[in-house]
Design a protein around this ligand. Structure first.
Ligand SMILES: [Zn+2]
Length: 427
């Protein structure tokens, strides 16, 4: 990679080099264990002109998303998150008013987990979803869904057929598209000239501060601060007017943007209908936090690589010492990010006998690259291991409660990030 995909600058500086890893969702079946397994370099760099952090686009979204195994509706907390968002957005933007005949588009609408709440309220909506199988599930559930990737042509075609959208939602997709400029132009093509765009994406500020380096993987092409997201939005003719900090995925931002012609300055007095006056000024607050963390100069990025190395050494030291004491360690969860951690640390079944997951698709399969067996969750209670290494650390509070049964035999939980911690759970 020689040029920044947002501003075309050649001023790309290394943030962290995680070696080469396989695609993080390519779980192996038993009969694939004797086959070669491709691995791709995972090297995060930051552009010192626009401050977009990025990895090389080695695996295209077409390869990952045309047939996809992830259905958002399986996650109860995610469905609830979407329901709350819809309730708030309908009120904030007055989408339920009959005179308005509002139209909402969601990009990467998955199985309709969010839009079904608009269908229930009889508000016109359309999903744009690239995965054939996931989009079919949405249509079966009564959510109108177009099978496509968003680009300027798709955006213009949808606008010509259905009219401009009062609200365009793009959650957990803005990191997943290598053509960030074309995608943003697509959003602008969809949204009405006085409409709104709402985007949720992981926040680079928490990624850096909390050592969340395992959230770097091949499906995520870029990592945003509010400052770099502002630049990205501007590349398609959108202006950021508000931002919310969310706890999802270890720390996310919800960006509210409008066509530049109507956006004005994010200042008191131009708040949308229903917004709390306190919301205004949040953009400046978050920009100030990012600046204080040094993310608009190289200094904010230079320590990260050393902290990542510490996470790796601490985890390996713990696993090796446990193995030498004859203690057993198994994993909990097989999330995509777990595979960045396991591959970067070089952890194999001699140090982590197996991991468990609630998704039956993964049972009997093996983690990509590290080939650790994935079993059903009941295996933990059957084997009573000394330690359970929790890979989805972002669900810490929930899992400390759910896994409290390990206390019965004196088992303890281990969280690798933000730094190694061993937790004695209470019954
Ligand atoms: Zn750049």
């Amino acid at each position: 990679m020689t040029r920044c995909r947002l501003c075309d600058s050649q001023a790309l500086e290394s943030v962290v080099d995680l070696g080469a890893t396989p695609p993080c969702e390519s779980f192996l079946a038993a009969d694939q264990l004797d086959q070669p397994e491709p691995a791709y370099p995972l090297h995060l760099r930051v552009c010192t002109d626009c401050w977009l952090a990025q990895i090389p686009p080695l695996i295209t979204p077409e390869e990952t998303f045309t047939q996809y195994a992830y259905f958002s509706s399986y996650s109860t907390s995610w469905v609830e998150h979407a329901r709350t968002f819809v309730t708030d957005a309908v009120q904030r933007l007055d989408l339920a008013s009959k005179e308005k005949d509002a139209f909402v588009v969601e990009v990467a609408s998955n199985d309709g987990y969010l839009l079904k709440h608009l269908v229930d309220r009889e508000i016109r909506c359309l999903g744009i979803e690239p995965s054939v199988n996931v989009g079919a599930a949405a249509r079966d559930a009564g959510v109108p869904t177009l099978t496509a990737f968003l680009d300027p042509a798709t955006g213009a075609a949808v606008r010509a057929e259905h009219g401009p959208a009062d609200l365009v939602v793009a959650n957990n997709v803005y990191a997943h598209i290598p053509d960030v400029v074309g995608f943003t132009q697509g959003l602008r093509a969809l949204v009405a000239d006085d409409g709104w765009v709402s985007i949720e994406v992981q926040h680079l500020l928490t990624l850096i501060k909390e050592n969340q380096y395992d959230t770097i993987y091949h499906e995520h092409f870029q990592y945003y601060t509010v400052a770099s997201a502002t630049r990205a939005l501007a590349s398609g003719g959108l202006t950021l007017v508000d931002v919310e900090l969310l706890p999802t995925h270890g720390g996310s931002i919800r960006l509210w943007a409008r066509p530049t012609e109507v956006a004005g300055e994010p200042a008191p007095g131009v708040s949308p209908a229903g917004a709390e006056p306190a919301a205004w000024g949040r953009v400046a607050d978050v920009l100030a936090q990012e600046k204080a963390a040094g993310l608009q100069e190289l200094s904010g990025y230079t320590e990260f690589s050393a902290r990542v190395a510490t996470v790796r050494r601490d985890l390996l030291r713990f696993l090796i010492e446990a193995a030498e004491r004859g203690e057993t360690v198994v994993g909990y969860g097989a999330p995509g990010k777990g595979n960045t951690l396991l591959n970067h640390c070089g952890i194999r079944p001699d140090l982590l006998a197996y991991t468990v997951d609630r998704n039956p698709y993964k049972h009997g399969r093996f983690t990509p690259g590290t080939r650790i067996p994935i079993l059903p969750p009941e295996q933990i209670a059957a084997d009573k291991p000394d330690y359970v290494l929790v890979l989805p650390w972002n669900l810490r509070a929930e899992l400390v409660e759910q896994l409290s049964f390990v206390h019965a035999w004196g088992g303890r939980l281990v969280f690798p990030i933000p730094e190694l911690s061993i937790v004695e759970v209470k019954p």
